[in-house]
Design a protein around this ligand. Structure first.
Ligand code: NAD
Length: 291
């Protein structure tokens, strides 16, 4: 039997459409939501992500400003850019595209963004609020997008075994907090590079969130029949039959869809949800700043 495909592109567009009323409310108060995206260097994947974010802003009517900084820029110059955007009242959201060049301390940059403008949801204050059990603030976009897919697809996770593979600051760790929070009530296991017997742990999971960054690392025979599989991974693998020379694959073997009950595709699953949640955070940040 084939799994139900959780169409992130379709759900993401619905979320963007639902933001329209809040956007109109802000406009009627004379406020125009504005997102500033800082990109450092020439990483081709980062440029694609930033372009997709700009296109989403266009769809939602949000003004976007892109600031391109050269690869060799110093940490201080990035901090100066962030500080300038912090003090610009016309800017409501600031995002510094990850990854940053080697030698730049990403946490330092993230924490320099005003918490009210931190639309990526990575600032200590926003993550701290989440740890305290309050998920009403600016949440990290990818985990928040996964929660939306589960909610809108009516996947019951209360009391279920959820396995998150990967413990990064931007995906795995906040994902675990959101799934374990009161009212969601999953029983959460976090696996990482030192985890032993991962395949066995995975076979017991009703929900698997894979955020590793390794192509098709999770094998289809690790998946419990009927489980929900959320594939966060975006990996480029060489494919000479493609015009681009590569194709995108997830962290989960594609034939896991023969075993899972629900699965997100790559591309078209978590990626568009991340962007929709960025739009949602930008509207929320604008609302917070215009109260
Ligand atoms: P990361 O490199 O920061 O973290 C990877 C995690 O995987 C680490 O916590 C590590 O412990 C774990 N890991 C590595 N090897 C492992 C192993 N053998 N067994 C178990 N765990 C292992 O990566 P990240 O930023 O969290 O991103 C993960 C993936 O998700 C990447 O492919 C990235 O491109 C993708 N991503 C997608 C979106 C989206 O919108 N779809 C957003 C963010 C990241």
């Amino acid at each position: 039997m084939s799994a139900v495909v959780l169409d992130g592109k379709k759900i993401g567009r619905l979320i963007e459409e639902e933001l329209q009323n809040r956007f109109i409310d802000l406009q009627s108060k004379g406020v125009s939501p504005h997102l500033a995206v800082v990109i450092v260097g020439d990483d081709p994947a980062s440029h694609v992500y930033v372009r997709n974010k700009e296109l989403a802003c266009e769809r939602c009517g949000i003004k976007s400003t892109r600031i391109d900084l050269s690869e060799g820029i110093s940490e201080q110059e990035i901090l100066d850019t962030v500080n300038r955007l912090n003090s610009d009242d016309s800017v409501h959201g600031i995002l510094v595209q990850s990854p940053l060049p080697k030698g730049i301390n990403e946490s330092l940059i993230t924490d320099a963004i005003s918490p009210e403008k931190d639309v990526d949801g990575f600032h200590k204050m926003n993550l701290g609020r989440l740890v305290q059990g309050d998920s009403s603030g600016l949440l990290p976009c990818t985990p928040a997008g996964v929660m939306k897919i589960l909610d809108l697809s009516k996947i019951d996770i209360s009391g279920k075994n959820a396995l998150i593979i990967g413990r990064s600051r931007i995906v795995g760790m906040p994902m675990s907090i959101l799934l374990a929070q009161r009212g969601i009530d999953a029983t959460v296991t976090i696996a990482h590079s030192r985890t032993q017997n991962l395949s066995e742990i995975c076979r017991r999971a009703d929900l698997v969130v894979a955020a590793i960054g390794r192509p098709e690392f999770v094998k289809s025979d690790w998946i419990k029949p009927g489980a929900t599989v959320i594939d966060v991974g975006i990996n480029r693998v060489i494919d000479s039959s493609k015009k681009s020379g590569y194709r995108l694959v997830g962290d989960v073997e594609s034939n896991a869809s023969d075993i899972a009950g629900h699965i997100t595709p790559v591309p078209g699953g978590v990626g568009p949800m991340t962007i929709a949640m960025l739009m949602s955070n930008t509207i929320l940040a604008t609302e917070i700043q215009s109260r």
